[in-house]
Every structure is written in structure tokens, then in C-alpha cells.
Design a protein around this ligand. Structure first.
Ligand SMILES: Nc1ncnc2c1ncn2[C@@H]1O[C@H](COP(=O)(O)OP(=O)(O)OP(=O)(O)O)[C@@H](O)[C@H]1O
Ligand SMILES: [Mg+2]
Length: 393
């Protein structure tokens, strides 16, 4: 097996920051290509290059200094990653896999048409007339998505009727940047809940899956996850884990693969989208599993054996802390840390309304209690209300 000493991470968000923590224990050196000098991971990694991840010269020069390149986000152009590979750089996940996390239209073609995996009805539309026709055929509302570049609900629209069909073509980020857009139209799945499952695969094909999480999104942003997903039979969980492992193998993913799913009222699941990097819905695993998603991602990209993924406590609930009324999170820590079964990860970011600033995870044996504690701590850190008193109750 090749030996990897230095991992290059492209993108300096909180995912890179949390990867770095795992790199320390594994003795891996990390070099970071960051968007700016004070982004989340640049606050902690000591070897930082500030540069544009879409600029070929910058990315190639960075790649020459590391043994393997991996990512904090999926926005590095696919073609640039293919060039790196042709130059002999180890890129993990590779561009042939990553493209299915970058482009939702290609993902639907691959997973839905080619692999026959559970997907909503969908169609790629080039204009408003095509979108309206799709909606008229399958029934309104429908969901429209930009094939590339969407995140946290940007580039996703729920359209109620033919009159709304032009919205994606006028509001799209790509259109405003003067690019050609492809809109992916999807059946509106009236889901009972959303789920997520994380698989990790290394270059030898060894693969593991984490317990399935139930996830809650508000305004397109993940706000809460509970692991394992409540009220799910072990057979159903095993099927969902097998689905993620199957996708990881078919797409030849190296590293983390997160599969976002929608569960219909009868229990049938359909695939929403894929991510190929540590994922917000896997943050519970930092303290909740024997091996966190960050450590397993690094083990995979470094060609190491993977670690156990089972939960260590019966229930874990993770809540995102978004920028709210409270601007100084550090000052609020003494109160939330009064709960010894609750862990906090601060991302070291400058405060901005609605920005992902931190997350909290509560652990324990009683589901309702675990959820309540995580919610109370997150609300308190956001300054939402006075759920938790300053004296630490
Ligand atoms: N076909 C669908 N039917 C119903 N709801 C949907 C559908 N597709 C997406 N959604 C809802 O919109 C949310 C955002 O969609 P999606 O995950 O594709 O976008 P995103 O902005 O790329 O999200 P992320 O931040 O996870 O990358 C989903 O979590 C789900 O709640
Ligand atoms: Mg999503």
C-alpha cells in the first residue's frame, strides 16, 4: 500500500477544520488551499495557501506539494481535477465519481436510468415551456433545481403551477452569471421525513456504512439530525446502508459518500442527492461513533483501513447553530457545557446572520431527552430565547 504523509485539502470551511482534528491523531500532515486567510480551517491549520480553487495554476502548484488531494466542498471544476489526475496527482474522490455530487442532472441519469436506483420522476428542462409541460404531465407542485452550484437550498424551487415555470430561469445563479442553465425538474415527493446515510470507501474497496440518521431541513439548511433514525427496523436500516455501499462501489467513490434520502409515508425511500465529503448529517459521529466520519474520510483518502462506525450511545441528536441574536458564542459556553452529555464544535467564524457557526450534539439513552437537550443548547447559543438560564441549568 502506498504511504501518504501529506493530505492537501481544497476548501477551508468547517469540514476541513474538523478533518484537521482527525489528521493530528493519524499523524498526517495537512496543507490547506483556502479561499481566504481567516476562513474556518485557516484559523487552525498551520500550512495554508490562500488561492482560487478554480484557477488551474494555483490548484496544480498546490497539488504538487501533497501526496493526495481531497475536498471540503465539491466546487473545484471537474475538468481541472481530470487534468490533475492526468498529471499523476492522487485525487480522492476522483473526478469521475465527484461529478455525480457536482451535477444533479448527471446524478439522476446515472442513479435513476443507468443503475435503476430509487429516484423521483425527473426530467432535464432547457426552458420554461419544458418545465411547464413536465408539471402538467406529472401534476403540480414540482421541484426545480439548478443542476450545478446549488447549496443549502439555493438553486432549489418549489413551483405550484405553470405560471411559475419561468422562475428558475430568471432566478438561477448561473443565469445571473451569464451561463447556460439546465434545470432538473423533479416530482414533488411528499415525504414523511428525510434521512441520510454515510458510507466510506477506501482505494482497496473496503467500505463501511454509518447508522442511518433522520434529518430535518428548514429553508434548505440542515437544522437537526437524530441517529439512529427513530422508528426504523434494523432490516430497513440495513437496506439503506446497502444502497449507500452499492452507490459508493458503482461510482468508485474514495472517501465519504453521503446519500440524502426522502422517505415516503409507507417507508419507501428515494434518493435526493449525493455528497462526497464529510457531511453535516454525519457530525454526530465525532463523539457518537467509535470512528468519526472525518477520521474515516482521511483514512480512506490516505489508503488506510477504516474504523468502526457504530453509535456509542443509544441516541445522538445534532443541532446546527446558525448566526442569530447572540454574537459571542464563547461567552455562552459555560451555560451549555453544564450538560456533561453534550458536545459543542465551534467553527471559529465571524458572526453573520443565518451562517453555520457551530453545532452541538447531545447523547444519551432517552430519545426525547436527548432531542430536547440538543435543541435547548442550540437555541441558547443562537440567542433565540431563554430556554436555558445563564446560571447553567
Ligand atoms: N423532489 C423533491 N421533493 C420534495 N422535496 C424536495 C425534493 N428535492 C429536494 N427537496 C427538498 O429541498 C431540500 C434541498 O434540496 P437539495 O438537497 O437537492 O438541495 P441543496 O441546496 O443542494 O442542499 P444541500 O445543502 O444539502 O446541498 C431537500 O433537503 C428537501 O427538503
Ligand atoms: Mg441537500
Amino acid at each position: 500500500m502506498e504511504s501518504v504523509h501529506t493530505v492537501g485539502i481544497i476548501g477551508g470551511g468547517q469540514l476541513a477544520r474538523m478533518m484537521y482534528e482527525s489528521a493530528i491523531g493519524l499523524g498526517l500532515e495537512v496543507k490547506l488551499l483556502a479561499e481566504g486567510p481567516d476562513v474556518s480551517a485557516a484559523e487552525v491549520v498551520h500550512d495554508v495557501t490562500v488561492g482560487d480553487y478554480t484557477d488551474p495554476a494555483t490548484v496544480k502548484a498546490f497539488a504538487r506539494t501533497v501526496d493526495v488531494v481531497t475536498f471540503d466542498h465539491e466546487h473545484v471544476p471537474t475538468e481541472l481535477l481530470s487534468e490533475l489526475q492526468r498529471d499523476g496527482v492522487a485525487v480522492r474522490p476522483g473526478p469521475k465519481a465527484l461529478v455525480y455530487a457536482q451535477d444533479k442532472a448527471l446524478m439522476r441519469m446515472k442513479l435513476g436510468d443507468e443503475l435503476g436506483l430509487p429516484s423521483p420522476k425527473w426530467r432535464i428542462c432547457d426552458d420554461a415551456a419544458a418545465l411547464a409541460e413536465f408539471g402538467n404531465e406529472i401534476g403540480w407542485p414540482i421541484i426545480a433545481k439548478e443542476s450545478r452550484g446549488g447549496y443549502d437550498g439555493h438553486g432549489v424551487w418549489k413551483l405550484d403551477g405553470p405560471g411559475a415555470a419561468s422562475i428558475p430561469f430568471t432566478d438561477s445563479l448561473a443565469v445571473s452569471a451569464g451561463e447556460q442553465v439546465q434545470i432538473l425538474a423533479e416530482e414533488f415527493v411528499d415525504f414523511a421525513r428525510e434521512l441520510s446515510v454515510i458510507a466510506v470507501r477506501n482505494p482497496d474497496g473496503e467500505a463501511v456504512a454509518y447508522p442511518v440518521s433522520e434529518t430535518v431541513q428548514a429553508n434548505g439548511i440542515c437544522v437537526e439530525t437524530t441517529t439512529p433514525a427513530p422508528m426504523m427496523s434494523s432490516d430497513h436500516e440495513a437496506e439503506i446502508q446497502a444502497l449507500a455501499l452499492h452507490i459508493a462501489k458503482e461510482l468508485d467513490v474514495v472517501g465519504v459518500l453521503a446519500v440524502e434520502l426522502m422517505e415516503r409515508p409507507g417507508g419507501e425511500v428515494v434518493i435526493n442527492e449525493l455528497a462526497m465529503r464529510p457531511h453535516n448529517t454525519g457530525h454526530w459521529s465525532i463523539d457518537g461513533a467509535t470512528t468519526s466520519q472525518f477520521e474515516n474520510h482521511l483514512r480512506a483518502v490516505a489508503g488506510l483501513p477504516l474504523g468502526w462506525t457504530e453509535e456509542r450511545q443509544p441516541w445522538c441528536t445534532m443541532r446546527n447553530v446558525l448566526g442569530g441574536a447572540r454574537k459571542d458564542l464563547l461567552a455562552a459556553l459555560p451555560a451549555v457545557l453544564g450538560d456533561g452529555g453534550l458536545k459543542v464544535q465551534l467553527y471559529g467564524k465571524a458572526w453573520r446572520q443565518g451562517r453555520k457557526m457551530a453545532h452541538v450534539t447531545a447523547y444519551g439513552a432517552d430519545l426525547a431527552d436527548v432531542q430536547e437537550r440538543a435543541r435547548a443548547a442550540a437555541h441558547y447559543l443562537m440567542g433565540d430565547d431563554d430556554v436555558m438560564e445563564d446560571d447553567g441549568e
